[in-house]
Design a binder for this molecule. Structure first.
Ligand code: ATP
Ligand code: MG
Length: 234
């Protein structure tokens, strides 16, 4: 209860609000593959070959670890990060998951992680009259969660409601002491959304070029060679 104009009014306490947000965004968790990942798992030597990719990976790794170290300041400045590379398998999901894990471990931050598709689909699932969760309740949680990690932004087909929901969420987050971390396969200016959304993302997050080289492919080739070798020799 707080006093306002001589009257006692009830306010939701922080921890209750935190719990409500967590429950509503229960689906939005870091993938099992990356739930233990840390920034030191983001390797460079032997994983990227092109010089430009090595340089970009070094910038990604350094900015990720400095971001975690200076999280309080970044939160006050309402700034997140936007990692982008056209190339699939270049380590974007690993990197944003590792940042999320470290923010949880070091600051007990409230972190929720979803692909843009999962988030929009979860919102659409609330349209059903059988849904326990109301659309505005889920959107409210996405607006207020301390750290929202949106993976694969811009990869989904834009539907009639996409711009409205993203605008609603980002327009709130841009003004609050919360941060949003993105990964995408395109630059902000090339996202398939309205300008008013793209300009907000530009304001909310620092764009960082991720390597244009597929570690997934390199690892697969290495593994397949090893297996073929062992099949032929062993
Ligand atoms: N720098 C790295 N160090 C160690 N492993 C890496 C690195 N980059 C990628 N990987 C591994 O390669 C695989 C693909 O990485 P990840 O899923 O993060 O790529 P992505 O850029 O998100 O790809 P996509 O665009 O397909 O979503 C994962 O198994 C990941 O662990
Ligand atoms: Mg990914």
């Amino acid at each position: 209860m707080v006093e306002e104009g001589g009257r006692l009014i009830a306010v939701e306490c922080d921890c209750r609000e935190l719990r409500t947000i967590n429950t509503k965004l229960e689906f939005a968790r870091i993938d099992q593959e990356f739930c233990e990942a840390t920034i030191s798992d983001y390797r460079i030597k032997g994983y990227y070959k092109k010089e430009s990719a090595i340089e970009n990976a070094m910038i990604c790794k350094k900015s990720a670890s400095e971001y975690v170290r200076r999280f309080d300041e970044m939160k006050k400045r309402k700034k997140g990060l936007y990692f982008h590379s056209k190339r699939a398998g270049s380590g974007k999901t690993l990197l944003v998951s590792a940042i999320g894990n470290e923010l949880i471990r070091r600051y007990k931050a409230q972190v929720r992680f979803a692909t843009a598709g999962e988030l929009l689909d979860a919102i659409r699932a609330t349209y059903s009259k059988d849904s326990e969760l109301k659309t505005h309740q889920l959107i409210e949680a996405a607006k207020k969660v301390e750290v929202l990690i949106i993976d694969d932004l811009g990869q989904q087909t834009v539907k009639a409601d996409t711009n409205d929901h993203l605008f609603d969420i980002f327009n709130y987050r841009i003004k609050s002491d919360v941060v949003t971390i993105f990964s995408s396969n395109c630059k902000v200016e090339n996202l398939p959304y309205d300008y008013r959304i793209k300009s907000r993302i530009q304001r909310m997050a620092v764009p960082i070029q991720a390597p244009e080289e597929s570690v997934r492919q390199t690892l697969a080739e290495r593994e397949n060679e090893e297996i073929l070798d062992s099949l032929l020799t062993g």
